[in-house]
Every structure is written in C-alpha cells, then in structure tokens.
Design a protein around this ligand. Structure first.
Ligand SMILES: NC(=O)c1ccc[n+]([C@@H]2O[C@H](COP(=O)([O-])OP(=O)(O)OC[C@H]3O[C@@H](n4cnc5c(N)ncnc54)[C@H](O)[C@@H]3O)[C@@H](O)[C@H]2O)c1
Length: 267
C-alpha cells in the first residue's frame, strides 16, 4: 500500500518531462494516487503542441484525465474544476506549479518592469493559486492538502530573478494566508522552495547559470533533481505532514542557510 493509495487529486503545471510538476506526478503515482492534469491550452486552430508535450508525461503514468485550463481566465478555471468534479467527485490534493512573466519584464531590472508586465506576472504566478485553491475547496469536503512551488529569490535578492522574486514573495505570503483561511476546513497549504532545475520556465530566469553556483555553495555541494522535488511535495501533500501548514519547505541542498559563498571561495 502506498502513501497515496485511495487518494485523488489534480496537478496543474506539467509542461513536459522536465517540469517540477512531472517529478511530483511520478512520485504520487508510484505511491498509488489517482491523478488528473491541467495544461496551458493550445491556440485555437493551431497545433496541439502543449497537449502533445504533457501527454509525454501523462501516458507512461497511465493518466487519462488531461484537460486545458488557462489560469488567467476565471471561466476556464470554473469549467476545469467542474470537469474535475464530474470525473473524480471529491479530491484530496492540489498541486499548483505555474508561473509566468513576460520576457521583457523579467529580463530587465525590476525598476524597469512595466505595469502591464507586473500585473500579468502577479496574475498568473500568484493570483492563480488563490483562484484555483478557491475552486478546489468545494471538492475537498473531507479535507485535503495543496502545494505550490516557490524559489528563494522571493526571500532574498537573487540577481537575474528580478520581477519573479517579487511574485514569489507574494506567493509565499498567499500560501500562509490560505493556510489560515483553510485550516478550519482541514485543508493544509504549503509550498516547496526548490533549488534551480532546468525547465522551460526556469530558462527565462537563468536557472542554467545558477546550477554551478548551487553546487559550489550549497552544504550538500550538488544540485537537486525534480524527483527530489516530487518526494518533498509528496511529503507535504501526504498524511505524514498532517500538522504542517503555511510552511515553505526548502528543497535546495541547504543553499538557503548559507551566509557566505562557503566552499566556492574556500577551495
Ligand atoms: N525550475 C526551477 O528551477 C524552479 C525553482 C523553484 C521554483 N520553480 C517554480 O516551479 C513552478 C513550475 O515551473 P517549472 O520550472 O517546472 O517550469 P515549467 O515550464 O515546466 O512549468 C511552468 C508551467 O506553468 C504553466 N503556465 C504558464 N502560464 C499558464 C497559464 N496562463 N495557465 C496555465 N498554465 C500556465 C506552463 O504551461 C507550465 O506547465 C513555477 O512556479 C516555477 O517558478 C521552478
């Protein structure tokens, strides 16, 4: 019997096999969960590029509920969670692994970010967690757990992370306030603060360049994998973490505890 035997839930934000959410899906599936995916919709009339990519993860795991949901659109969120209700009835967990900022507004200094870019980045990277959590609550009638994905650049300045750091600070705060709101309903809300992993989204904020820094500076002297993100998110979503909510769990080989460049300058 697995940690998630008899549990059902939704993972939002698998783009391809490199996505952090793919690591979560693999772990939860191995532990017995029944899972549905949402994905960014393809352009109407265009090729089904997004769907094809997400199916590369869904198919080998035997996941058949794979539906589009643009989290910037309230009607789409409502339709998607309606379909989730039809398929699953109730759910036990929700994974939100979604972020976006216009490239021009993230590749510039924070001081130069446009108002429109700021609003888009906050909408998709932060508000969407609140909106999806609200839509999921009626399906978690027996309680449940939600997890989002954040990064250390929301706590401290990380050069190059720029506007997304501002979004992650807001996302971490939203995680704590959602934990407060939903605690009485038996729903826990946490976040995994992952070290850099090369993915589609992280290439926009230079995660590739950060890998060397992490292996040089982190106490564990290496980088993380998305399998490790999967296991840690799985812990937070499981009954093993039954008294943990509002937590930002660092999965970064200890990088966040460093107060100096450590072995990067000592060796
Ligand atoms: N990769 C890293 O180094 C790293 C580290 C810490 C935190 N994170 C966070 O992990 C989360 C997942 O990112 P990832 O690195 O796995 O990259 P990814 O590109 O695989 O995932 C990002 C997902 O967001 C989705 N998305 C963007 N806009 C959307 C919209 N309007 N509606 C629906 N979906 C939308 C994309 O389709 C994609 O599935 C993000 O919140 C990211 O900030 C990533």
């Amino acid at each position: 019997m697995g940690l998630f035997t008899g549990k059902k839930g939704i993972i939002m934000g698998v783009a391809n096999e490199h996505s952090l959410a793919a690591g979560v899906a693999e772990f939860l599936k191995k532990e017995g969960a029944e899972i549905g995916f949402s994905h960014l919709p393809d352009k109407e009339g265009g090729p089904a590029k997004m769907l094809r990519r997400v199916m590369r993860v869904a198919e080998p795991l035997g996941i058949t509920f794979v539906r589009p949901c643009d989290v910037a659109n309230d009607a789409d969120i409502a339709r998607f969670f309606g379909e989730v209700r039809e398929q699953f009835g109730s759910i036990d967990f929700l994974v939100h692994s979604i972020a976006f900022a216009p490239l021009d507004d993230i590749r510039c200094a924070t001081i130069d970010a446009s108002r429109a870019g700021f609003l888009t980045a906050m909408d998709i990277s932060v508000y969407s967690f609140i909106a999806c959590a609200r839509a999921a609550v009626p399906l978690m009638d027996k309680g449940g757990a939600m997890t989002t994905m954040t990064y250390y650049g929301g706590e401290r300045v990380v050069g190059g992370y720029n506007l997304m750091g501002v979004c992650k600070a807001a996302l971490e705060s939203a995680t704590k306030y959602l934990a407060w709101d939903l605690g009485p309903k038996g729903i826990r809300v946490n976040a995994v603060s992952a070290g850099p992993v090369k993915t589609l989204a992280s290439s926009a904020v230079g995660a590739g360049d950060m890998l060397h820094l992490y292996s040089a500076m982190a106490p564990m002297a290496r980088n993380i994998t998305n399998e490790e993100v999967g296991r840690s998110a799985g812990f937070l979503l499981s009954d093993m973490a039954s008294a943990t909510t509002g937590e930002i769990l660092h999965v970064d080989c200890g990088y966040h505890v460093m107060g100096s460049p450590g072995r990067a300058v000592l060796t």
